[in-house]
Design a binder for this molecule. Sequence first.
Ligand SMILES: Cc1cc2nc3c(=O)[nH]c(=O)nc-3n(C[C@H](O)[C@H](O)[C@H](O)COP(=O)(O)OP(=O)(O)OC[C@H]3O[C@@H](n4cnc5c(N)ncnc54)[C@H](O)[C@@H]3O)c2cc1C
Length: 437
Amino acid sequence: MMHCLDLAGIGAGPFNLAVAALMREQSLSHRFFEAKTEFSWHPGLMLPGAMMQTSYLKDLVTPVDPTNPCSFLAYLVEKKRFYDFLHAEQRTVSRCEFADYLSWAAHRLKSVQMGSRVHSVLDQGDHFRLDVQGPSGRESVCARNLCIAAGKKPHFPLCSKPLLSDKCFHALEIALRDPDVNDKRIAVIGGGQTGAEVVINLLSGHWGRPAQVTWASRRSNYLPLDETPFTNDWFTPEYVDAFRQLSPHRREEIVAEQKLASDGVSPATLTQLYQLFYRLAHLEGDSERVVLMPNRELVAMSCRGDYQLQLENHLLGDTRGREWISADMVILCTGLSEALPPCLAPLQERIPRDDHGRLLLDNAFATRLEGDSGERRLYFLGTGRASHGIAEPQLSLSAWRAAQVVNDLLETEVYDIRQTGNFMKWITPQTSRVAVA
Ligand SMILES: Cc1cc2nc3c(=O)[nH]c(=O)nc-3n(C[C@H](O)[C@H](O)[C@H](O)COP(=O)(O)OP(=O)(O)OC[C@H]3O[C@@H](n4cnc5c(N)ncnc54)[C@H](O)[C@@H]3O)c2cc1C
């Protein structure tokens, strides 16, 4: 009789690594399957100088289990760089160092099986059967519960899809493509952190010397990530608890309102950009080399040797002026969207969703298959922005969320994640709910 795991994880990026780290000492059997043969964290966007947007203390474990051997501080101590790190007085670390920390943690966790892609998951009544292509061949794995954290997929504007090529591509893989931009007119679409980092690297000559860089953003300007103290309170367990009490419609409104708390450009990156533009325009007399076009939405594209991009100018309001630009290369910094991995296709129809197709997850990020009378749980991490709020696709609460998963799975409070609350009273017990017509 085949051994049945209590938990199988699909993917071993930071979200499932947090679960693996917190499951380390637990009695339940568990394995995490990762398709990559070597650990890497968004290698296609590992650009020179890229910094984390989140404190290193919001690592895999520290917020819920600071003595866990997979903490960032344990990494620093083992690497013998604790004092140097302290003296460098950094509020955040480089993405490169954080990726190295994650890789170090992945190597320490025996439950993480690299080079193992889950091809399909089948329902077998009281358990799941995973078809895994591992380092030593095909394996059939039995598991009672699943924890799915397989990442997101690149988002492409509709009009760009028929034209994708090695000259029109999503930025997610740019560092691996290493494009030759010499003497080319480059259009960068998207005004978030990725767009900003791509523009900096284009103008710094990382991929050659482009003839011109046009940077279009749908946003009204190149807007900052809000990382001020009260905004940071949106990334706390208490706020998620309050958010969970709201109606789906209200949650949707709030997620849209809070966009810049999670998707803006780091203020330090904006300053770096402005200084770069100043130098080009005023000290190097090269003001034509960069064109900034905020308020512009890419609405149409064609390719006749080079690319023609039609942009809609939202500054003009309802009249919506149209503008055309030409480019030899188009780099789409248009974000990522939530997606379930293809291996879940056999279960797809039975994963509960609301009328808008959004996953219906409980407080512990779990759901059960429709029609399943048993106790089997499917945990989904990083795909619940609509159900759990803007912190969900971020690292900020990943340790806390992993602790929720572990407590739920073990049906006991392995980790005490109750909060005492601070001065922010998002909702009080006395809040009376009066429907507004
Ligand atoms: C460039 C970049 C920088 C970011 N920086 C920050 C930041 O500073 N702060 C912050 O809070 N958030 C940041 N984020 C957002 C978020 O924290 C990350 O995207 C994070 O990596 C999400 O973790 P994850 O484990 O869900 O997904 P991923 O890191 O994408 O990992 C998913 C893993 O699942 C594996 N996988 C997929 N399918 C299968 C399968 N069928 N079988 C086996 N394995 C599979 C993949 O190979 C992958 O390794 C950043 C995102 C990006 C893109």
